[in-house]
Design a protein around this ligand. Structure first.
Ligand SMILES: CC(C)(COP(=O)(O)OP(=O)(O)OC[C@H]1O[C@@H](n2cnc3c(N)ncnc32)[C@H](O)[C@@H]1OP(=O)(O)O)[C@@H](O)C(=O)NCCC(=O)NCCS
Length: 175
């Protein structure tokens, strides 16, 4: 089981017992900003099952973001499987409880996940899919060195595609 550690965070695989906390987060419209909207408990449980299955089968997956000092689960960061313009892609995605925004937490987590993608998993490329109005997400993407590639339409919404290839990602390791 892969567990990633940063100065302030533990990034660990999700487990079935996380369903209550995750359902609470995914019912929060701020947590779910720039998505199709808040999820019901049933929808969250189905989502969690997929995430756990990806971990189980060795496929890139999301990590629970846990604050090391008090063990609070504040969101997720990690890999999502997407199809964009007919191509299968692996996205680095992140969402945090609004109480934890603007403290550099998403950047700290996403940087570690980026290094894991290229250093350990040897992925050829990762992307981030960002609504043009999502300034905070765009900043996180830029801060971890993702490069703007193009604008497209994803699930009916205008979407910026940020991307990083393995050799570019390895050059940014730790930074
Ligand atoms: C996107 C999200 C994960 C960012 O998490 P975070 O921990 O607050 O991110 P960080 O603190 O690492 O960085 C945020 C950056 O955005 C900037 N920012 C945030 N809101 C901003 C705004 N309204 N205008 C301009 N900049 C803004 C911050 O100043 C910071 O940049 P800086 O370090 O250059 O000052 C968080 O806002 C979130 O969960 N949003 C809802 C879900 C979401 O949109 N997820 C992404 C989907 S693609």
């Amino acid at each position: 089981m892969v567990i990633l550690e940063t100065a302030r965070l533990t990034l660990r695989p999700f487990r079935e017992e996380d369903v209550d906390l995750l359902a609470e987060l995914m019912a929060n419209p701020d947590f779910m900003r720039f998505s199709l909207g808040p999820k019901t408990r049933e929808q969250t449980a189905a989502f969690l099952e997929n995430v756990i299955d990806w971990h189980r089968t060795g496929s890139p997956s999301l990590f629970a973001v846990v604050i090391r000092s008090d063990h609070v689960l504040v969101g997720y960061c990690g890999f999502l499987h997407q199809e964009v313009d007919g191509e299968k892609e692996i996205e680095i995605g992140y969402r945090l409880h609004p109480d934890y925004w603007n403290r550099g937490i998403a950047t700290e987590a996403a940087r570690k996940v980026r290094d894991h993608a290229f250093g350990d998993l040897k992925l050829p490329r990762v992307i981030s899919l960002i609504h043009p109005d999502n300034v905070a997400s765009r900043r996180v993407s830029e801060k971890i060195g993702m490069l703007f590639e193009r604008q497209t339409v994803f699930k009916g919404f205008p979407t910026l595609v940020f991307a990083l290839r393995r050799e570019q990602g390895l050059a940014k390791r730790g930074a």
